[in-house]
Design a protein around this ligand. Structure first.
Ligand code: IPT
Length: 968
């Protein structure tokens, strides 16, 4: 049956006497090795909806079909449309009894989604076939079921088909029925076929186009039908026109199409935007001649206007910045079966971290997701289920796939057109560009001129002039800051530039996000983008048998898999070929725990920003597009480098969007020392952002106190190698030039370069030890393939047993762009707590350091971020001092002061151990110590696993590096 908008009340009603029969639950099931294989007499049982790749069921035929991760490559080599002979096929069967009252009615079977080909047999009769793994298929089964008597429904789902070549998205391959199944009944003769809210614009204009279907009963067609509507808060709406078009080609005149239109103008309309998700309930009723309601449909609609004016995408006339994230239908326990509560949690979480837009990468999501986006306020780029990545160069022009392209795009638009949240239609992803796209875009432009089409593949080569027919926006992926700014300043830009993917969140990543945003905010023509992506696709796997843990698994906390489990990535289910850890690239962990980068995004997207004015005031900016600050509460926090902090409730000025006001600094500053002011903003009880500004700087004051404490008579104890021996240390400070490679370091080629240079463990040779008064000078050399690194430590004893350590490293010219230059040492005690003054509380790095500066605390375990594949982790940028202690002991065990704000990490792991380990759960913490890194320089993170590396200013130049610190 043709696709249509999804009514909140299924056609036929949902209340008492509902004409809906839900078929979710337990079904008989057999997983066959191929569609041709014979069924066994014996059946297993499984739950619908469910991915058989994720479920525990009796595997009668021994197929053992588990999740399989590939990115671009198809799992088998044959070209389209050929499929492998091993082709897992799930057969679902269930006997149902349709209520006797349904006799004489029209009965429709709805299958929400099946991966990938669906074959339907009802009552022994083949009813139809459906493709597109992410849209519903509906079948008229009136003639196949006998109400009041049992009928067998068989749904056969074939995993691989010609359609797999257009569903080659970068994600796990699954099999199964992934969305709900139900039957519904309508009047046999007269029903609503579709309702199209063709216009609901910011000026209150409403136009609803309705299609009514009717068929003859004994040659008699229904007559005198009419339509009525209701808009909540406004009232009854009458039709302007209603007429029927008989199917005159058919002499028996067996059916006709009725068309009706309702239009209205809503006075003082409350417009919908991501910041003001105002919805109106719309009900459309179909009446018989006698006035009785024979069918009805209900929607929650929003009034808003999307248009492109020059280089700007406007929503209700306002140029909104798109702070987007790409979201897949993903769940670590159920695969692609997503509970509405989980969808809500996804979207609420996205909003809480400053996102105002979702791209439904790379297929239409469950329709419930769009209901939620309407309700919560998120702009949506709705994307069709087309990705031909491995065969991109062939299929976009292949006439055998023309119908699939047009079908997939048009059926998505038909389904989702009434959602206010949808602001653009995406023709799919990574499928090159060809005439099949032109055909699909032509359909979209004709059917829905109110939303711009979007397609990256068409603009890839040339942003200025390419793909005009199919994309009204320039929506590139992983472009550099330099490239987008150059385009916007080139004079050749004709369309808004909104990156469909950028800032690849794989592992410890999203470096330079702040620089992207300062370019976007300051360059006309740049309007934002969608971070890749929302969640890591780590599937929860039982270690005992290597199978997916499934829905009954114990809960995970803080991003870490529960004991006895791990987050599986490509290859962990034994699948060949696979693309490894490339599926773990979310800004949230598989269990939706935010990664530190999510906080970075939150601060960049902050609705309120602070600046310090030249005359010493605090300027408060409202950075939103539409609304004031009324929904926020806030607290001022003053933090001083001595560790003291004060807090006061803040009264936020009343500010229109895009405006600012100056307020006095709400505190008396301490007489000396560095001081920072943070505004902690909350909304609906949740923390929204924590903008912070420096009120006073202090130059090199951090170590001034140390200088005063030097003892002339103290002794620095060294071992034979000239390494410091000290009761606080289990391993002396040595030079570190390396970090456990991040995913960006690995895929960007840096890790390989560092390996060739031998940076992981360069051999150290003692050159000389000299003693000058209280100072002990140790000169050494570290051998690398790019030449020796000269290293000097000047060690000076301090009162109370502390040591001042002044270091110099001289990197040869060929050692250009190392991971870090700094000290590493191990503590003699297993400290459990940390307190520091610097950025925090979350993990920060030089190019990802949007975090309030102040005094922060954490357990040492919680400092570490459990990235799925262990890598450099747990750092804090801009640290002035850090104290390590035990939970039950107030006296600090060990305190480090640094000469300047530095990158610091304290973990239970050595970098080499992190680098050698494939999964977080395999890490073995050091039982008796902490590993401390203090860096004079630390390379930025960038996003080179897919996209640009960090900027030159975050790379480490050869030459002389100096840093000093005290330990006591
Ligand atoms: C791009 C894909 O669109 C996306 O699905 C994902 O694979 C992402 O990259 C990387 O994780 S395509 C890439 C070739 C730029």
């Amino acid at each position: 049956m043709p696709a249509h908008a999804v009514s909140r009340v299924p056609s036929g009603g949902d209340g008492p006497g509902a004409a809906v029969l839900r078929l979710d639950g337990e079904w008989r099931f057999q997983l066959l090795p191929s569609p041709e294989a014979p069924l066994a007499d014996h059946w297993a049982r499984t739950a619908v909806p469910g991915c058989w790749t994720m479920q525990d069921f009796e595997d009668i035929h021994g197929v053992n079909d588990l999740p399989w991760y590939t990115n671009v490559q198809m799992p088998w080599p044959a070209p389209p449309p050929h499929v492998p002979s091993a082709n897992p096929t799930g057969v679902y069967e269930r006997a149902i009894t349709v209520p006797a009252e349904w006799a004489g009615r029209r009965i429709v079977l709805h299958v929400g989604a099946a991966e990938s080909v669906l074959l339907v047999r009802v009552g022994g009769e083949d009813v139809g076939i459906g493709k597109d793994s992410h849209l519903a298929s509906e079948f008229d089964v009136t003639d196949a079921v006998r109400p009041g008597e049992p009928t067998v429904i068989r749904l056969t789902v074939v995993k691989w088909s010609d359609a797999s070549f257009v569903e080659d998205q970068d994600q796990w391959w699954h099999g199964g029925i992934t969305r709900s199944v139900y039957l519904y009944a309508t009047d046999p003769q007269l029903y609503l076929e579709d309702v199209h809210v063709a216009e609901a614009s910011a000026d209150g204009s409403l136009r609803v186009d309705i299609r009514v279907r009717a068929s003859a009963d004994n040659g008699v067609l229904p007559e005198g039908w009419h339509i009525s509507g209701h808009l909540d808060g406004i009232g009854e709406l009458g039709p302007d026109t209603a007429y029927a078009e008989a199917n005159e080609a058919d002499e028996r005149v067996s059916d006709w199409l009725g068309l009706a239109r309702i239009s209205a103008r809503v006075p003082y309309v409350r417009t919908w935007s991501a910041e003001t998700p105002e919805l109106y309930g719309l009900t459309v009723r179909l009446h018989r001649a006698d006035g009785a309601v024979v069918d009805q449909a209900a929607y929650r609609i929003g009034f808003r206007t999307v248009e492109i004016l020059g280089r700007n995408l406007l929503v209700n006339g306002v140029r909104v910045l798109i702070r987007g994230v790409n979201r897949h239908d993903f769940d670590p326990l159920t695969g692609r079966v997503i509970d509405p509560a989980d969808m809500r949690a996804d979207l609420e979480t996205a909003k809480r971290f400053g996102f105002n837009a979702i791209r439904t990468s790379h297929y239409p999501n469950d329709p419930a997701l769009l209901d939620l986006a309407d309700e919560l306020g998120l702009y949506v780029v709705d994307e069709a289920d087309i990705e031909t990545h491995d065969h991109a160069h062939e299929l976009a022009d292949d006439p055998r796939y023309l119908a699939a392209f047009v079908d997939r795009v048009s059926r998505m638009v038909l389904r989702d057109k009434n959602h206010a949240s949808v602001i653009m239609w995406s023709l799919g992803n990574e499928s090159d560009y060809g005439v099949n796209h032109d055909a699909a875009a032509g359909w979209v432009r004709g059917y829905d001129p109110t939303r711009p089409p979007h397609y990256e593949g068409a603009v890839k080569i040339d942003w200025a002039t390419a793909g005009m027919a199919v994309s009204d926006v320039v929506c590139p992926m992983y472009s550099s800051i330099g490239d987008i700014v150059a385009h916007a300043e080139s004079g050749t830009q004709t369309r808004p530039l909104i990156m469909c993917e950028y800032s690849h969140a794989m592992g410890n990543s999203n470096g330079t996000l702040a620089e992207y945003w300062s370019a976007i905010e300051s360059t006309p023509g740049l309007q934002g983008g969608f971070i890749w992506e929302f969640r890591d696709h780590g599937i929860l796997q039982r270690l005992a048998d290597g199978r997916p843990a499934g829905p009954c698994a114990p809960p995970s906390t803080d991003g870490v898999a529960p004991p006895g489990h791990r987050w599986a990535y490509g290859g962990d289910f034994g699948e060949v070929p696979n693309d490894g850890v490339f599926c773990a690239d979310g800004i949230f962990f598989p269990d939706r725990t935010p990664k530190p980068a999510a906080y970075e995004h939150r601060e960049i997207a902050a609705p309120i920003r602070l600046t310090h004015t030249a005359d010493g005031h605090v300027r408060v900016h409202n950075r939103q597009d539409v609304v004031g600050l009324d929904r926020f509460a806030a607290t001022w926090i003053l933090a001083a480098a001595d560790g003291s902090a004060r807090a006061l409730p803040a009264e936020l000025p009343s500010l229109a969007p895009g405006t600012s006001a100056d307020v006095a600094v709400p505190f008396e500053l301490p007489t000396t020392g560095e001081a920072w002011l943070t505004l902690r903003v909350t909304g609906d009880g949740a923390e929204i952002c924590t903008p912070s500004i420096r009120l006073r700087t202090e130059d090199r004051a951090l170590l001034a106190r140390a200088d005063a404490q030097i003892v002339d008579t103290g002794v620095i104890e060294l071992d034979d190698a000239g390494l410091l021996v000290h009761p606080l240390l289990a391993a002396a400070p040595t030079l570190s030039l390396w970090r456990a490679p991040t995913d960006n370091d690995v895929l960007g080629g840096m890790a390989e370069r560092w390996r060739k240079w031998g940076l992981e463990a360069p051999a150290r040779t003692l050159v000389a030890i000299t003693r000058e008064g209280p100072r002990t000078i140790v000169r050494s050399e570290y051998a690398t393939e790019a030449g020796p690194v000269a290293h000097e430590q000047v060690l000076t004893p301090l009162h109370g047993g502390g040591v001042l350590i002044e270091e110099t490293a001289m990197l040869p010219g060929r050692l250009d762009d190392v991971a870090r230059v700094g000290s590493v040492f191990e503590t003699a005690a297993r400290h459990t707590e940390a307190a520091w003054f610097g950025t925090g509380p979350w993990e920060t790095y030089p190019d990802r350091a949007m975090a309030p500066v102040g005094r922060h605390r954490s357990t040492i375990d919680a400092l570490f971020t459990p990235y799925l594949r262990p890598q450099e982790s747990g750092g804090r940028n801009g640290v002035r001092w850090i104290a390590l202690s035990e939970a039950d002991d107030d006296a600090p065990g060990l305190t480090i002061h640094l000469d300047a704000p530095r990158q610091v990490s304290v973990t239970r792991y050595r970098a080499a151990d992190l680098a050698r380990t494939a999964h977080h759960d395999e890490l073995v913490p050091l039982p008796d110590r902490c590993v401390v890194h203090l860096d004079a320089a630390h390379r930025g993170l960038g996003t080179a696993s897919c996209g640009p590396d960090t900027l030159p200013e975050y790379r480490i130049a050869p030459g002389v590096h100096r840093w000093s610190w005290t330990i006591r």
